[in-house]
Design a protein around this ligand. Sequence first.
Ligand SMILES: Cc1cc2nc3c(=O)[nH]c(=O)nc-3n(C[C@H](O)[C@H](O)[C@H](O)COP(=O)(O)O)c2cc1C
Ligand code: SF4
Length: 436
Amino acid sequence: MHERFRFKNKNELILKAKELGIDLPFSDDISPLLESVSVEGFSVSNRLVVQPMEGYDSEDDGSPSDLTRRRYLRYADGGSGIIWYEAVSVSSGGRSNPHQLWLNNTNSGKYALLNNDLRQAANKLGFNPFLVIQLTHSGRYSKPQGKPQPLVAAPNPVLDKTNPYILTDDDLKKIQDQYVEAARLAALSGFDAIDLKACHGYLVVELLSAKSRGNSVYGGKEPEQRFRFMLETVERIRSEVPQIIITTRLNISDCYSGGFGVDGNSQPDFAEPVLLVNELVKKGIRLINISMGSPYYNPYVTRPFDTPLPGHPVPEEHPLKSVMRMIKGTSLFQKKFPRIFFVGSAYSYLRQYAPNVGAAVVKNGDASFIGFGRGSFAYPSLPVDLIKTGQADPSKVCITCSGCTRLIKNLRPGGCVIRDRDIYGTELKKLIADGK
Ligand SMILES: Cc1cc2nc3c(=O)[nH]c(=O)nc-3n(C[C@H](O)[C@H](O)[C@H](O)COP(=O)(O)O)c2cc1C
Ligand code: SF4
């Protein structure tokens, strides 16, 4: 049964996990999170990652606004080893909302300025963050003018609400060109790596499961057909933009019918994701950020929470089970591919104990990095606090209330309504006043 996080101390948390049949990894010593590591020749100062978190706050032309800059500068001051920029669209038509960041040849200089400022801010504190940009096309969740304009890789009766437009192979070839161009601009703007986003139901992961895509070189029954778009894009970026490192945020299971990495009961089946990772490794990919589920279909899988969005059901599953699904799934890949760096996700439900669980995971070799999504909105300075005190401050952690998601679902700028109240609490009040 679902339960809010009401555990008063670590023993209550560990006991609850035991009751659920979960052996929750836990380490009082968080030092494994503070170890530096070399990734593709870049010395990453610790194992903490700011996960990509969309802020819905770009300027109309897709460039970072003052609010975007503020968010990223808070991350830079916080000391995470990797700052993984949120989903940045490769085209105007593929934006998830009118204020999704969009990297293009008229605004790349603004990204360069922001990256420069981030590095300067972090360097002053003795950090040098590894900067990744998540490149995306929103596919069936495209909403460039604020209304759905789905661009779908393959029909899926579970997800289709209307008769959506199915992208042709020619469309996909053009989109691939846009990825390559965005990667070129990312390199010019001072990013260390690009993430070819393949998670959460957006275009690239949808192609990975596009069995019902007919008469196409980018879909069909065989995995090689469905992997082609992603692998071809990796190959092209590798040869046309050799100076940029390539990574991916990969859904190892969508956990819904017709999705990627699922069995006949919509449960995780990692056979195809393992096959894909094998191919990605052959193409030189060394860093993979793991996720599962879809924020649109089964949000508790992607981001276990206390409170769902208003009007949405409380899931049956206990959030600790959702947290553990992600830990175990990530571990399976980390153990299978020990030389690859995997980033684990979905730790924020664990509040002030997330670093203890993450430290145990890293110590056991079940992941190389621990990512914080909502936790970074709420508490960007977690790494600095861990360095200073060895623990997280309970008064600063995310309480998984879904307030930030509620803001962005209503096309408002996203941030923490609880811990960054002056800006985002005010946004939420305005939303409520508007009856939403
Ligand atoms: C408001 C919001 C925006 C998000 N934006 C992105 C995104 O741009 N790209 C992405 O891969 N995941 C995105 N996510 C998912 C997070 O990166 C993360 O996987 C998820 O919140 C679970 O981690 P957590 O428990 O640390 O929050 C978003 C989640 C939220 C709540
Ligand atoms: S609004 Fe803040 S506390 Fe609530 S889920 Fe988002 S980051 Fe966490």
